[in-house]
Design a protein around this ligand. Structure first.
Ligand code: NAD
Length: 413
């Protein structure tokens, strides 16, 4: 993953005519914090926080708890956070954290102990003006509430702006839970308007009907009524129906803990995840994991548009194969940026001591995401590059221009 991220930065950097010093600046990491957390039960867990760049503002990015977490993965994700925040115009840098652990093997008390210990190790390096972590894979608002409380106890900071993704009762923002899915709908709508597709009804399939995929389906039903869901899967596989599936009904079923391949819907047949990728749908929504489309299965994809809601669901080599077939890929750094945008709005509310209505949060989310998507679309048309390269180019330029402006202000003073 780190190699893919670096390769993309180098490729876009060369197309922008950047110097090797500038490319090295974008690849290099400001600081890395690596430590061990030993729990009372005697187990030790490797923990990381990587702070990539704070050129635009405080570092920002999630913390994941997963057995597969390692330094290179956290470095790659921190780098991508810098680019995502820059691509959508947030005054934030990029960071990412992780603990190599399987949270399913921890009791609730151990999970709380781990979360609080993470903050005790890291607290001098994070905070509302330095680095503001958030939830990521296997971390949720409960874990962030524990972390925020620990930070408050150690430092006395009562703003709650040290973390985002808190529960609404503990200073979280309305609209945060649905924000990534909602952002995906907004990015897709903006691209569809730009492409001026003349097809009245468009069909779509979702891989990964979890938090992000489920909200995408429900909100697409409200905001894009000409879209029809025809297939959806989770890790068990799923179902497909040429007559359409009801996203609200599937969301309700998933919230009750059901597996999609056991769901009984009229005229639907069960499918595997491989079959989902090859569905005859206009739009393919990837909302599960990284690297699900590689050069091995890229030729099975039949959709004309792919929305990357997961981080890095298409490998580098598969990307080229898909774009050479004229498939439009709406890249992760735009498609799933809704989460970090509303995290930023949560931070603003905490700092101002305010709590906004969801309608205001959603309006501001659109205010960041629509212009950012339009800017990338314009760049892609002008430079004749893919939307991913365009979004990356906009982001990389913004970071470098801000760095140069800061340096020249420093020289003048
Ligand atoms: P989640 O765990 O709630 O949902 C993931 C879903 O994918 C689950 O339904 C799971 O069963 C399914 N899944 C797992 N393996 C699968 C497979 N091989 N095929 C099909 N489905 C599979 O996680 P989430 O919060 O919805 O996140 C989904 C993706 O979006 C992740 O890649 C995450 O990094 C990314 N993302 C999430 C956010 C956010 O705000 N939650 C923000 C940005 C990016």
């Amino acid at each position: 993953m780190l190699e893919s991220a670096h390769h993309l930065i180098e490729r876009v950097g060369k197309s922008l005519g950047l110097s090797s010093e500038d490319i090295d600046f974008l690849l290099s990491i400001d600081q890395e914090h690596i430590f061990d957390i030993t729990l009372k039960n005697g187990t030790t867990h490797k923990a990381y926080r990587v702070q990539h760049k704070n050129t635009l503002g405080p570092y920002k990015g999630g913390i994941r708890f997963h057995p597969g977490v390692d330094l290179d993965e956290v470095r790659a994700l921190a780098t991508l956070m810098s680019l995502k925040n820059a691509a959508v115009g947030l005054p934030l840098g990029g960071g990412k954290g992780g603990v190599a652990t399987d949270p399913r093997k921890l009791s609730e008390a151990e999970l709380e102990e781990l979360s609080r210990a993470y903050v005790r190790h890291l607290h001098p390096h994070i905070g509302p003006d330095k680095d503001i972590p958030a939830p990521d894979v296997n971390t949720n608002s409960q874990i962030i509430d524990w972390m925020t409380d620990e930070y408050e106890q150690i430092t006395g900071d009562t703003t709650k702006a040290s973390f985002t993704g808190k529960s609404v009762a503990k200073g979280g923002s309305n609209g945060r839970e649905a924000a990534t899915g909602r952002g995906g709908v907004i990015a897709l709508r903006t691209v569809l308007e730009h492409l001026k597709t003349d097809k009245k009804e468009l069909t779509y399939a979702i891989q990964g009907f979890g938090n992000v995929g489920l909200f995408f389906g429900v909100i697409a039903g409200q905001m894009l009524p000409n879209l029809q869901l025809i297939a959806a899967t989770d890790s068990s596989g799923g179902i497909s129906s040429a007559f359409g599936l009801d996203p609200d009904e599937l969301a309700e079923y998933k919230k009750q803990g059901g597996k999609l391949n056991e769901h009984k819907a009229e005229d639907a047949v069960t499918i595997t995840n491989d079959q989902l990728l090859a569905e005859e749908a206009d739009i393919l929504v990837l909302a599960a994991l990284g690297d699900v489309i590689t050069e091995k299965n890229a030729d099975t994809v039949r959709a004309k548009i792919i929305l990357e809601l997961a981080n890095g669901p298409i490998s580098d080599s598969a990307y080229d194969l898909l774009t050479s077939r004229g498939i439009t890929v709406i890249p992760d750094i735009l498609a799933n940026a809704g989460g970090v945008i509303v995290s930023y709005l949560e931070w603003l509310q905490n700092r101002a001591g305010e709590h906004w209505e969801e309608a205001k949060v959603n309006e501001k989310l659109e205010g960041y995401l629509i212009p950012a998507t339009k800017k990338a679309l314009e760049y892609a048309d002008k430079a004749q590059v893919s939307l991913k390269e365009a979004a990356m180019a906009v982001a990389m330029r913004r970071i470098l221009e801000t760095r140069d402006a800061k340096m020249s202000r420093k020289k003048e003073s």
